[in-house]
Design a protein around this ligand. Structure first.
Ligand code: LMG
Ligand code: NDP
Ligand code: PMR
Length: 399
């Protein structure tokens, strides 16, 4: 299954983990300052004395607490329509599932242009056509998040298109629950965290300048999170649980050569790697908020759109799971949501004026009203978010 996943990605390669560092002998390193056992540690030691950073970190607390409902989706979006120019939104992974449903919800309205950033150009084109998204309302552009080079090329291509950027949705993800061995991105990062977190980290950092330059009244950067990364929920307590530990595996490059492919330095576990990547997504959103919201006015948000139990996300799970999971979510947990409904929810976070608050992790209740949800202790740990930001910057070549 690991090889099968890798073969979906032309630029990915597979490696076995003979050289993997045992997690046991790494357990004593401290989180702050990260005393790493991996031989890559010197490359990833955060720069000392960054005063500018310290200053920015001191401002704007996260306001993602509970309560405050907003009206249901269908009543909300109209308002400013006629007076605004067409908005432009990039959605990664818009060739299926949530991303595609969001592209449809936004693309059929006529007041937004959707840039579908996808690794499989033809699949995305076909999907957009078959859903009847009007041609003039979308463009498919190639983006493989499992390659930093591809991310940079995508940003260049987008800039050459001359479009302003008003919203960015980091949606794409892979989930490899049955993989026995890790697979890797073109740059040698474990595939789930490399794609879901690091690819998006570089993409969003590069596109932040474009968002800043937009003259659109509401500019947004959205990173899709999930309940399964939040250990303050039942779903987040299904083993294996997310846990980034002290980030020693990430600091070592997640490459399995001299370091663990897991963020916390442990044994490879595909389901955990996915959940860890979602924690990274939610931490990254908050770090963006702390660093850039006040200065730029951009609203940074994350969300859990509900359990969309039939998407391609589960393509690598065992057939029994794929059969039982949808009825389990529909009738037992009642967490199930259709792709269409989830797409409308994410579309709200992109363009609904009532969801313009920054630093929020949005969720929806059973009547489809949005509310500001509470993140788990780890997923709202500001110190971990800062550390994650700094290590990620180095891994993607930004620092
Ligand atoms: C880990 O296991 C794996 O180790 C890891 O590799 C990765 O895959 C990870 O998160 C993904 O999962 C965790 C998981 C594996 O184990 C558990 O969660 C432990 C508990 C499992 C116990 C399952 C019992 C479920 C009880 C729910 C209530 C049952 C009510 C039955 C009603 C029947 C009505 C006819 O677990 C799995 O992979 C198992 C798959 C679980 C999927 C959902 C389970 C559905 C349970 C049945 C619901 C049926 C719904 C209606 C359809 C009827 C068909 C019988
Ligand atoms: P899908 O598998 O349907 O969609 C994932 C998308 O990501 C696909 O378009 C896929 O492309 C794309 N993708 C994967 N790898 C890459 C890559 N290297 N470069 C570019 N694109 C890539 O899953 P979902 O729609 O369910 O997932 C979308 C988001 O929703 C994810 O962030 C997931 O974590 C989140 N989520 C999903 C939940 C659910 O219940 N399904 C619940 C909570 C959150 P391709 O079509 O080519 O495979
Ligand atoms: Mg979960 C209210 C309960 C609830 C919700 C909302 C989800 C969402 N799950 C819940 C409960 C349970 N799940 C329970 C009680 C079990 C044990 C039977 C269970 C199991 C389970 C498995 C094996 N659930 C899963 C898996 C997966 O492989 C999925 C996963 O972890 O993907 C990372 C998954 C999910 N459950 C969810 C959601 C939204 C997912 C998948 C998507 C995601 O987080 O992105």
């Amino acid at each position: 299954m690991a090889l099968q996943a890798a073969s979906l990605l032309p630029s990915a390669f597979s490696l076995h983990k003979e050289g993997k560092t045992s997690s046991a002998n790494l357990k004593d390193s401290s989180f702050i300052g990260v005393a790493l056992s991996c031989n890559l540690k010197s490359k990833f030691t955060p720069a000392a004395g960054n005063k500018e950073l310290t200053r920015k970190l001191a401002i704007v607390p996260i306001r993602a607490q509970t309560a405050a409902t907003t009206p249901a989706i269908t009543q909300s979006t109209s308002g400013q329509k006629k007076t605004l120019r067409k908005g432009n939104v990039i959605i990664t992974g818009a060739s299926s599932g949530l991303g595609l449903a969001t592209a449809k919800a936004i693309g059929e309205s006529g007041d937004w242009h959707v840039i579908m950033a996808c690794r499989d150009f033809l699949k995305a084109e076909k999907a957009a056509k078959s859903l009847g998204i009007p041609k003039e309302n979308y463009t498919v552009m190639h983006l493989d998040l499992a390659s930093l080079e591809s991310v940079r090329q995508f940003v260049d291509n987008f800039r050459r298109s001359g479009r302003p950027l008003d919203a960015l949705v980091c949606n794409a993800a892979v989930y490899l629950p049955t993989a026995k061995e890790p697979t890797f991105t073109a740059d040698g990062f474990e595939l789930s965290v490399g794609t879901n977190h690091l690819g998006h980290f570089l993409l969003s950092r590069l596109l932040l300048d474009d968002l800043k330059q937009s003259d659109y009244p509401q500019k947004r950067l959205i990173i899709v999170g999930s309940i399964t990364g939040n250990t303050n929920t039942l779903a987040g307590n299904v083993p294996p649980k997310a846990n980034l530990g002290d980030l020693r595996g990430l600091s070592g490059g997640l490459n399995s050569l001299n370091c663990s492919p897991m963020i916390d330095g442990g044994e490879f576990d595909g389901a955990k790697a996915y959940k860890d990547s979602k924690v990274c997504n939610m931490l990254t959103m908050q770090e963006y908020h702390r660093r850039f919201h006040e200065e730029t006015g951009i609203a940074f948000a994350s969300l859990y759109p509900g359990c969309i139990a039939e998407t391609g996300l589960f393509r690598n799970h065992i057939p029994l799971f794929r059969t039982l999971f949808p009825p389990f979510q529909k009738y037992i947990t009642k967490g199930y949501v259709s792709e269409e409904e989830a797409g409308k929810r994410l579309a709200q976070v992109v363009r609904d004026p009532s969801l313009s608050k920054s630093g929020v992790y949005w969720s929806w209740n059973s009547t489809s009203s949005s509310f500001e949800n509470q993140l788990s202790k780890e997923a709202s740990d500001a110190e971990k978010a800062r550390k994650l930001w700094e290590v990620s910057e180095k891994l993607v070549g930004l620092a």
